[in-house]
Design a protein around this ligand. Structure first.
Ligand SMILES: Nc1ncnc2c1ncn2[C@@H]1O[C@H](COP(=O)(O)OP(=O)(O)OP(=O)(O)O)[C@@H](O)[C@H]1O
Length: 237
């Protein structure tokens, strides 16, 4: 199996402070990988770097065979939380702008996601509950036709029913070739979705493992595996 994402010796500083140090990670095409780490571990920063929103000055990140940020942006759909969006805008307007920005946006697939997630596109962004805002972000993110999707804490603060719907939508709309990197600190939420995990701690990826290996060889749940790393242990495939 080929790797869609390859990160070699990635270092990243903000205001002279080291945020990520010597991060190495490969992600096989078609897999769903959990990027796990405590608050402040660097998950969002890593996703910003992968997507090209934040600058990796040393070309340490390769997607497909592309290392430049401009090229990588075309290959990644990143759930960037709509921070820059106009809160007064109707969802339909935001979708329209998104379509112009991303020619790979599949309108029919987006419409299916909207129906499935029961979103009302006539509403304004500011009228959405936290959960519905998350659902809207998921629908926008998954509607792009790209090899790599980055979902940054898609379940943060949302109820169990909505979580199940979002998980179902991820599974239903994921094609075999699509790869998903999904960050979370509540491992329970995503454990059943994952093919493998990568754990970030102390500025780097300290452990990677297949979900099957964790369960069958280590005899652990993904949550136990993750917690053991955070309380001192360290394991790699
Ligand atoms: N603009 C910034 N300036 C300085 N430090 C920053 C900035 N943004 C993030 N950081 C620091 O970078 C580190 C990683 O933050 P990041 O948001 O990537 O973590 P995270 O794993 O996504 O956390 P969470 O689970 O809480 O969202 C943190 O220590 C944070 O304080």
């Amino acid at each position: 199996m080929t790797d869609i994402l390859n990160i070699q010796h990635l270092n990243y500083k903000l205001n002279l402070v080291s945020i990520l140090a010597d991060v190495n990670l490969t992600v096989p095409t078609g897999s769903i990988v959990g990027l796990l780490g405590a608050n402040g571990a660097g998950k969002t920063t890593l996703m910003r770097l992968i997507s090209g929103v934040a600058k990796d000055h040393h070309n340490a990140i390769t997607i497909g065979d592309q290392t430049s940020a401009a090229q990588r942006k075309q290959l990644v759909s990143f759930s960037h939380q709509l921070d820059g969006a106009n809160n007064h805008a109707r969802l339909s307007q935001i979708v329209h702008d998104y379509q112009i920005l991303y020619p790979d946006f599949a309108a029919a697939q987006f419409q299916e996601l909207v129906t499935f997630l029961e979103l009302d596109l006539h509403k304004r962004l500011q009228q959405l509950s936290k959960g519905n805002r998350k659902k809207f972000i998921i629908a926008l993110t998954l509607a792009r036709q790209v090899p790599l999707y980055l979902l940054d804490e898609p379940f943060d603060g949302i109820d169990g029913m909505s979580r199940k719907k979002i998980i179902a939508s991820i599974l239903q709309w994921k094609t075999d070739d699509a790869t998903i990197l999904i960050s979370d600190h509540h491992v329970d939420d995503i454990a059943n979705l994952l093919d493998s995990v990568a754990v970030i701690k102390d500025k780097h990826v300290v452990a990677t493992a297949q979900a099957e290996t964790i369960r069958e060889e280590y005899g652990q749940s993904i949550e136990d595996y993750y917690e053991a790393i955070y309380t001192g242990g360290k394991q790699n495939d």
